[in-house]
Every structure is written in C-alpha cells, then in structure tokens.
Design a protein around this ligand. Structure first.
Ligand code: MSP
Length: 518
C-alpha cells in the first residue's frame, strides 16, 4: 500500500515562529498520527524555507551571513517542533546540498526541453521593496504610494518559465480533478483566479540584486526565484530523481497542508504547472489541504505591528496538551479563527479537565473502591449495551471525520462521547448501586462500560494530545481501542485490573498580572 505522504509549507526563516506556524504543524502532525493509528505507513515532511530576499535582508540588518541567520531561525523552529511533539519523518531545509542538486537538475531539464527562456523586462521597480511593480500597486491617484520608496524604471534580463503554455491544461485539470483542493470553496476560488493569471513566470533574480539563492546551473549570474526553489522541496526531500529512492511509491502527497495565503498563485497555479512541465501526470498531482488563518483580537498576526502570539511561551505556560487541543478544537478546518488565551484555558479546563479528566478519575476511583480495580464480566443490560454501541458509532464517525481532515469535528465527537459517559455516571449513580447487594451485577456492568468509554475517548484524543491520552490509557491499564478496519463492541480483557487515577489535566489559570499602581 502506498505510504501516506503528508507535507506542509516550509516556513520562512526570516523571523521566529508564531502561532500560525504552530497551528499548521500541529494540524499536519495530528493527521500523521491519525494515519499511523489507522495502521498506515506515514511519511511526514516539513522544514524551512531558507533562501530569498527576506532572509538576505534580515541577515544584513544583523551584520551576519545569510546562512548563519537562516540556521539561527531554523533552530527556533526545530526546538518548537520538539516541544510541540511534531512527529515529522524528514526535514526539508532548502540550503541542503540534496535539494540544491535537485533544483539545478530540474532547471537544466526544463531548459533543455524549452520550458525556460531569457528575456528583458522593463518596468517600474521599487528600490526599497526590491521588486517590480505593476498597475495593481498604483494608488487611486494613479501613483505608487510612499510605501514603495523610490520607484525607478528598470530594464532587467531574467529567466522565465513558460507558465502560459500550461494555462489550457490547468483549466482542464481544475475542471476534472474536483478534489485537487480541500475545502471545495477554495477550489472554486482557485478556478476563478487561475483563469485571470496570464503571462510567464520570472524564475530568476540577478545576483546584483539578490545573492542568497540557488545559482542557475546554466547562467551563473543569476539565482533561482525563492518560490521556484521552495516548492521543489516537496519532491526533492521525498527522493525525486535519486536512484534507489522510494519516491515512486511515496508520491503524490495525500495532504499538502498549506495556509490560504499561499494557494493562489504559488501552490494552485505555479506548482501544478511546474509538475506538469516536469512530466508528472494528472494522477500524480498532490492533494492540497488549505487551512485558514489565526488572528489576534481580529487583527493580522504580524511581527511589524507587534501583534504576535509566541507559541513557545504558551507551551511553557500552559503545556503542549492544552495548546495543541485548543488550536485543533477552535479552528474549523479551512476557516479563520481568532486567538484567545481565555478560550485556550476554557477549552482545557472544561472539556479536558471537567469532562474527560473527571470521567477517568471518577471511573477509576469507583472501580478501585467498589471492585478493587476488577469489574466482573456480566451480561449487559439493554441500556448499557446501547451505550457501548453508541460509543462504537462515535468511533466510526471519528474515522469518517478524520479521513476528511475534519479535526475539529473529530474532537467534537470525542467530547460528545465523554459527555454521554459522564451523564451515565450521574444517571446510574454507582455509589447508590454499591449500597444495594441486588444491584451488584449492574454495578459491574456500569463500571466496565465507563472504563471502555474512557478508553474510547482516550483513543480518539491520541492524535491531538498524544501525551495526555497515553497517560490516561496507562492509568486505565488498556491499549487503545481498535479504530482501524471494522470497529466492533469490545469487552474488558480477562483478568483486567485498572490502575490508579492521577489527574492528567490540572486546572490552568491565567497568569496574575501585577497591578503597577499598587
Ligand atoms: N515559505 C513560504 C512557503 C513555501 S512552501 C513551498 C511561506 N512561509 S511562511 O512562514 O510565511 O508561512 C508558512 C505557513 O504558515 C504557510 O502555510 C502560511 O499560510 C502559514 N501561516 C502563516 N501565518 C499564519 C496564520 N496567521 N495563521 C495560520 N497559518 C499561517 O509562506
């Protein structure tokens, strides 16, 4: 069976990670862990985008070499992914020799097959922003605004990729491959936008303007445009063109996880056209999974406005479990979300602490108190048999939701399952059953049912909060429930003895802000 390939956008190394970067990697990690839970072999690739003007400029400001600057920022990403438990299998850093060799091979091949040509472009050029300007950048008065600084007329020779040669193919492809982009509304957006993109793609920068990039193998006065270089990471680090690699069985990506800002034109137009030109068939095009954006107090997360949320600090204050859970729970797949520390705490304290944590604690305490950890196996009364079937139904729904990358919905299924189990605790009142010898069998059946519900909930929580879920399963003394293939109602194993309850979700509080006036 083809390994499940998950890739994410590679993060720019001009600035440290913010909450948006953390969200994307957690999202991809949850999907990777879910697929592994399904028994699939997974290859999860992520990394850093180290070339380009932004990195060169940031390095210049600090007076250090671009490689040193990129390495320093890459370290911050690596350390955050370790803290957050991102279980990637390969690391794509675009300054790696393997990647550089792949990019140059691809450029040579495209040039040989006449997909590339050199031409002179004349146009308005912003010296401050170091980019050519088009009429789109003109203000309502027809002038280029002060944000562009000095604007000059520039003639520049560059290399171009014949993007226009692909437009007909792309149009047909977007019509027929309905599942190229998830969610659907993004594919519609892409279709509308793609038809308006005309002309060819400039894929080089003269070294006089930008040195920090991969040199064109056939014209050494130029480096490769950063997007052309970066997109290739998805195949270069999956072994494309390397003799003996498993690329052929690995490709295409099952989830190509990206944010909505880089769908058009980079991933939705340039990338499929690049692959098409390289000779990839329509069936070999990746599946794009496009997520929304996190904002803070309704404003864009941006370093320049100081509107950033530092995921490293959040993980330190509240722990990885709370952070992963909140980000996956509060963002509906594909939609935007607004970050709030209060909501992070609320989700953790209510759904995990009062909900699942409480269920596990009560269940284990009562099982130990009334049955020394071992409920007897007894025939199930109808209401409890229905409860177990409902849990199995929840597990089936979870699988359908996670197969469709609807993580928020999968979590909701887990929350419903926990609520149902906590309601069973209240309605069955084991503390009353324990006082009535005639209800001994019912008490055994209730406790076993609650233990199995707690196991089902922990199983569904595993991809999102692996540490907490694993700890719950340890306390329950159970392996995760089987949720791959046909999901059936199970019983406790013979000789079962539960473990000791230890709180897994300690209550979180907002830090106390010292009153400066006091
Ligand atoms: N380097 C390019 C991607 C190249 S992929 C061949 C890039 N880097 S980035 O650092 O700006 O963004 C990395 C990823 O983070 C992108 O998928 C982007 O959409 C995502 N996000 C950046 N800000 C975000 C939010 N505020 N919220 C959610 N995701 C965000 O683009």
């Amino acid at each position: 069976m083809k390994p499940f390939l998950i890739t994410t956008a590679i993060d720019y190394t001009n600035a440290p990670p913010h909450i948006g970067h953390a969200y994307e990697k957690i999202l991809a990690d949850v999907l990777a862990r879910y697929q592994r839970q399904q028994g699939r072999e997974v290859f999860f690739l992520t990394g850093v985008d180290q070339h380009g003007q932004k990195v060169q400029q940031s390095a210049e400001r600090e007076g250090i070499a671009p490689q040193e600057f990129a390495d320093r920022v890459s370290e911050k990403f690596l350390s955050l992914w370790k803290t957050l438990g991102i279980s990637y299998d390969a690391w794509a850093a675009t300054t790696a020799p393997l990647h550089k060799a792949a990019v140059q091979r691809i450029l040579n091949d495209l040039k040989e097959r006449d997909w590339l040509y050199k031409a002179t472009y004349s146009g308005h050029y912003s010296v401050r922003q170091e980019q050519f300007l088009t009429d789109k950048e003109r203000g309502p008065d027809g002038e280029f605004g002060p944000e562009w600084g000095e604007v000059i007329l520039l003639n520049e020779e560059n290399w171009y990729f014949r993007l226009s040669k692909c437009s007909e193919w792309l149009h047909g492809f977007l019509e027929t491959r309905k599942d190229f982009v998830t969610p659907d509304f993004r594919q519609t957006e892409l279709k509308n936008a793609a038809s308006k993109i005309t002309g060819d793609l400039c894929i080089s920068r003269p070294k006089s303007r930008l040195e920090w990039g991969i040199e064109l193998p056939f014209d050494t006065g130029f480096v490769t445009y950063v997007w052309f270089d970066a997109l290739i990471n998805y195949i270069s680090f999956a072994g494309y063109g390397v003799a003996g690699s498993s690329f052929e069985t690995l490709w295409p990506a099952d989830h190509h996880v990206i944010g909505k800002d880089i769908l058009i034109p980079a991933h939705g137009v340039y990338w499929p056209c690049m692959l098409h030109a390289m000779g990839f068939s329509d069936e070999q095009m990746p599946h794009l999974l496009v997520h929304g954006f996190w904002s803070l107090r309704g404003e864009k997360v941006s370093k320049s406005t100081g509107n950033v949320v530092d995921p490293t600090a959040l993980a330190e204050s509240y722990g990885t479990t709370a952070l992963r859970y909140y980000l996956m729970r509060d963002a509906v797949m594909g939609r935007d979300a607004d970050f709030s520390e209060e909501r992070l705490l609320l989700r953790h304290n209510t759904e995990l602490g009062n909900g699942l944590g409480n269920l596990v604690n009560r269940t284990l305490s009562m099982t130990r108190r009334y049955r020394e950890g071992s409920p007897k196996s007894v025939p199930l009364p109808e209401d409890l048999s229905a409860h177990r079937s409902a849990d199995v139904e929840s597990m089936r729904s979870f699988v359908t939701q996670m197969d469709a990358a609807q993580i928020h919905a999968g979590i909701e299924t887990m929350v419903d399952l926990v609520n149902r189990a906590n309601a069973l605790v209240e309605s069955s009142a084991p503390w009353k059953l324990a006082k009535d010898p005639e209800q001994a069998d019912r008490l055994d059946a209730v406790l076993a049912t609650l233990i199995l519900s707690a196991r089902a909930a922990a199983t569904l929580l595993l991809p999102v909060a692996p540490d907490a879920a694993t700890e719950i399963l340890r306390q329950l003394s159970l392996d995760p429930a089987a949720i791959a293939g046909e999901i059936v109602v199970e019983d406790l194993p013979e000789g079962y003895v539960c473990g000791e309850p230890i709180p897994v979700f300690p209550r979180l509080e907002l830090p106390v802000v010292e009153d400066a006036a006091a």
